[in-house]
Design a protein around this ligand. Structure first.
Ligand code: SF4
Ligand code: SF4
Ligand code: SF4
Length: 202
């Protein structure tokens, strides 16, 4: 996690609320999409754990008011991820080709996407766990596909004392024996910092 990561969440509120008056703010989403697509082939979901404003919002805002339940396995399955991916991309492209080609109208398409996904993230973030949305977010799924096997965590089993701290601090609720190959690891490094035996590293 970068030093700036905890402060990025405010951008979500700026785009979701400010975008209603200044639709051009919606274009910020294009910067987000371009950045994560550029990083994913080399570092997998690193963007999710370090630079994503919504990821930061989920961890550091929703994390204060969540019920902290287990994220249901179904939320990580392709049975949910693929329909969500198709629905969101379908909505975005449909609106982009049907909306009048005005800078503000196009910007508003992205603002609406930001508002809808923020509301879903808040609903699940409070009622289940902060990163529930990130388990099936279309942009997380894309990074998962593009960056499978990249920048993985190395686990030294000989040093591990099975204390389980790494599992507890993982915002994606991954378990230590899946960390080395799980493409849903967002490379936040919290498990590495928390491990008392230095059994984990990138
Ligand atoms: S899964 Fe989506 S919302 Fe969550 S951190 Fe990644 S890109 Fe951001
Ligand atoms: S925190 Fe370190 S020592 Fe504890 S279970 Fe995880 S890897 Fe093992
Ligand atoms: S396994 Fe470690 S680096 Fe990956 S998401 Fe969980 S805490 Fe972050």
């Amino acid at each position: 996690m970068l030093k700036i990561t905890p402060y990025l969440g405010i951008i979500i509120l700026i785009v979701s609320i400010g975008g209603l008056w200044f639709p051009k703010l919606g274009y910020f989403l294009l910067i987000v999409f371009a950045t994560l697509l550029a990083i994913a082939p080399f570092r997998g979901r690193w963007f999710c754990g370090n630079l994503c404003p919504r990821g930061s919002f989920n961890d550091f805002w929703l994390g204060k008011i969540t019920f902290k339940k287990n994220i249901p396995k179904f939320f990580r399955s392709l049975w949910l991820r693929i329909p969500v991916f198709i629905a969101m991309m379908g909505f975005m492209f449909f609106r982009l080709i049907t909306v009048e080609k005005l800078v503000d109208k196009i910007g508003m398409v992205f603002v609406i996407m930001c508002i809808v996904t923020t509301l879903i993230a808040i609903l699940f973030g409070i009622s289940i766990a902060p990163r529930t949305w990130c388990s099936f977010c279309p942009m997380g799924t894309v990074q998962n596909w593009l960056g499978k096997g990249k920048y993985t965590i190395k686990f030294d089993k000989s040093k591990c004392i099975d204390c389980g701290i790494c599992n507890k601090v993982c915002p994606m609720q991954l378990t230590v024996n899946q960390i080395t190959h799980n493409p849903d690891c967002i490379k936040c490094g919290r498990c590495i910092s928390a491990c008392p035996k230095k059994a984990l590293k990138f």
